[in-house]
Design a binder for this molecule. Sequence first.
Ligand code: AGP
Length: 621
Amino acid sequence: MCGIVGYVGRERCVEVLMEGLKNLEYRGYDSAGLALQLEDGIEPLKRVGPLVNLAGAVGDLGGRNGDFFRVRAGVGHTRWATHGRPNEANAHPLLGGEGGRVAVVHNGIIENHARLRRELEARGRVFRSETDTEVIAHLLAERIEEHGESLREALACCVRQIEGSFAVAAVSAEEPETIVAARHQSPLVVGLGEGENFLASAVQALLTETRRFLVVENGEIVELSAEGVAVSTLDGEEVRRGACEVDWDAEAVELGVYEDYMLKEIHEQPAALRKTLEGRITTEGEVDLSADLPEPFIEGLREIERVVVLGCGTAYHAGLVGKHALEKLCRVPVEVAVSSEYRYREPIGDGKTLVVAISQSGETTDTLAAVEAAREYGGRVLAVTNTRGSLITREAEAVLLTKAGPEVGVAATKTFTTQLAALKLLALQLAHLKGLRSAEELLEIGEALRLVPEKVEHAIELSGDATRTAAQAFEAARCALYLGRGVSYPVALEGALKLKEISYLPAEGYPAGEMKHGPIALIDESCPVVAVLGEGLLREKTLSNVQETAARGGRIVPVAVEGDASASEVADHVLWAPEVPELLWPLVASVPLQLLAYHVAKGRGLDVDKPRNLAKSVTVE
Ligand code: AGP
């Protein structure tokens, strides 16, 4: 959670920091702040609430003081509160030292902060916030003031004392035009420029500035100046590392013609799916992941006897969808687990267990810990992530990237459907290696998967007006029930999650067959029922559950295969999705549910991109 950014170089620091924070706001928006290096010290500027509040303050201050926009170095922060309420005192930067001559921004949690705080207070340091972060500011100031250390040396000493997860960046009035930073478990990248250098929690903060990045590793200190970047170990030994180039476009984080990122990202799904499938599936429908997965890993797949899929939130739902394809095509037992539960379960497995860890950000703490637990029993870990170079890619034996591009909206949309596509590719690859299904059957599914981007395009066309109209059924709703069976059940779960996270309406996803075991008591005209139908025998069964619901006064919103006459019989407004083979149905059926949630939230006047209390990357437990 929280985003940090740093800049050193030319007289454009404020502009670069504000643009960087704008692109990191998805990580938290409880407050935002800057620490700028002026000639006579450090100027902190903080505001509670979204970044626009800080932007207003920047405008006011810049109007009064022209020097403000000539600052050459500083750090910035956008906060998702963990310790201490979202108020100005708790907003970052946190200051330490005589007259606030050291400033710190931090993403993560300092677990031993209470003890460190007591010790620092006993030594005379005065705390002004309730945050865990403030201990870092005081530890740095103490080392500089009382031990004569440089900022780099002080940070190395501090890193040895703090426990937990952190990406931290600091500036000191004693060392103009210098930023030092370090990380442990929280992400941090350095962006390389000419005569200027950058720092951020994620590359998308800096795409308008550079495509060349250095990934900072645990146990390293980076020191940035306009002229260069020095990486060293905590003991001060130089670390040499080549830069990597990223291929994301700066436009990917611009709104363009769209009102919100969520809407833009829903419409980007066909392109994102094309990119995710490209080069991994031939025109005949044959899947080949040899360019992605190392040869020994692919060979090891032949021996796999069991699959465990790990994820949180939307990624967990993707895993539930993936289970159907993996079990059906590969005939291996698949367990799908919520990472936060799995990590504490003393899980069972061995070297013949394939562990598929799904995380769009690649930095979700619980999923990383669950991966660690699986590695302990020898599980073969494959990461499915949207973020090249993220923490999870370094913990896994192999990586299958989804190529959705940066997702800014907090609600996952294009990263969900590309996760589904990646899991289908994996299931087809594993099925081929295991040889339990005929080549013809696999080619047929592969061919249909190759055509999914066009189907999703069509799903978007079918959903526009229909979802806007269906959203009216939610105007006076007090809750909603989402029902589905088989592959449609996880689609219902994901649809309910989308609705609750952006519209704040209580929404439950349920297996349709479970309805009579409790949830049916919820049904009245103020609890719309979204029924994900699909095809086959299970569709008939869900339909009969829907009829029982209609008989009790429930308002039904079916999601059905285009032209399904029986769906029109149970409801006035049907959300249509194109016909595809059953295993691919979640890819198209999810689209109307994303748009339905979007229109319900917009109808309530809510910010769909930044729902309250949430952050996109959950880097704390
Ligand atoms: C869903 O819209 C949320 N963004 C959330 O459930 C998310 O999927 C979850 O936090 C997992 O994130 P990850 O994929 O980055 O690990």
